[in-house]
Design a binder for this molecule. Structure first.
Ligand SMILES: Nc1ncnc2c1ncn2[C@@H]1O[C@H](COP(=O)(O)OP(=O)(O)OP(=O)(O)O)[C@@H](O)[C@H]1O
Length: 264
């Protein structure tokens, strides 16, 4: 979030408990318990926590795929009751349609919303250019590397002009080097295209590199452990220099301890 912006609340999560219910087996599984958290407009918020602490479940509820058992989740003051184009999700697997070109993949949401062909191609090209992928427009997903495919997935989500982009471990499937480039690339795009981002990751380094704030959840059922402000200037977020930045190291270690030692 740019410092000049006020902390307007985009998503308000108030005392939320999320439960997976399996009717057949008469089982219920509490994934998130009594969580209160505000997501500010145009901030980059990362959520970390031990495996199974409910990170993906939280994303599902904000996306509108499930309803809280208790508490409320509001966007701009209105309760979230179903999925909507105002909330875009980028998954770990690229989820691109293999039989469509890159351009058509990016344009798909616009097509479903009934935009005329010329308009959707123009818009798709704009977002592909933003992701530095204009030259791949006529290619098919199988002709691209994993990193390029994930950039297409981000371009596709942004082309739908959501108000919040949610990403669930989006870079987990690519190699380590590509992952660093994708993180830098994502920050570059986010810088030119301000949007609220909710980013879920297992990687503490990734979270501290990307975020304005890092939310740490406790082991499941997930409760709020702590919110850590990442006060590293945006200009300093480059991998070739940040690994030696003492503030980065300090914050990374702080978040790491919170994730690894739930008793503290
Ligand atoms: N569809 C489901 N039905 C029943 N239980 C589920 C379902 N999805 C998730 N859970 C349970 O809810 C809890 C939270 O799962 P969730 O996937 O949200 O955690 P996570 O923090 O995203 O995990 P990971 O980091 O391993 O991806 C876990 O105990 C999980 O087993």
């Amino acid at each position: 979030m740019k410092m000049s912006e006020t902390r307007e609340i985009k998503i308000a999560i108030d005392d939320v408990t999320l439960v997976h219910v399996n009717e057949e087996r008469r089982e219920s599984n509490v994934a998130i318990e009594n969580l209160s958290l505000d997501i500010h407009r145009n901030e980059f918020l990362c959520v970390v926590g031990p495996s199974g602490c409910g990170k993906s479940t939280l994303l599902s509820a904000i996306a509108g795929f499930m309803q809280p058992r208790d508490g409320t989740i509001m966007m701009d003051g209105e309760s979230i009751t179903q999925p909507g184009a105002d909330r875009g999700v980028v998954f770990q697997e690229y989820a691109l349609l293999p039989w469509k070109t890159v351009l058509d993949n990016v344009a798909i949401g616009l097509k479903y919303r009934g935009a005329p062909k010329a308009e959707r191609e123009e818009t798709a090209m704009k977002y592909l250019t933003m992701a530095r992928l204009s030259e791949a427009a006529a290619k098919y997903p199988h002709e691209l590397s994993g990193g390029m495919r994930q950039r297409v997935a981000v371009a596709r989500t942004l082309a739908n002009t959501p108000e919040i982009m949610m990403m669930d471990e989006p870079f987990a499937a690519v190699d380590a080097q590509t992952r660093l480039s994708l993180q830098e690339e994502l920050l570059r795009v986010w810088d030119t295209h301000p949007i609220t981002v909710l980013f879920i990751t297992h990687s503490v380094e990734e979270a501290v590199f990307l975020a304005d704030r890092v939310v740490v959840l406790t082991p499941g059922p997930g409760r709020l452990r702590e919110i850590v402000d990442i006060d590293i200037p945006r200009e300093a977020r480059h991998w070739d220099t940040i690994s030696n930045d003492s503030r980065f190291v300090e914050l990374r270690d702080q978040v790491m301890k919170l994730v690894r030692d739930p008793s503290r």
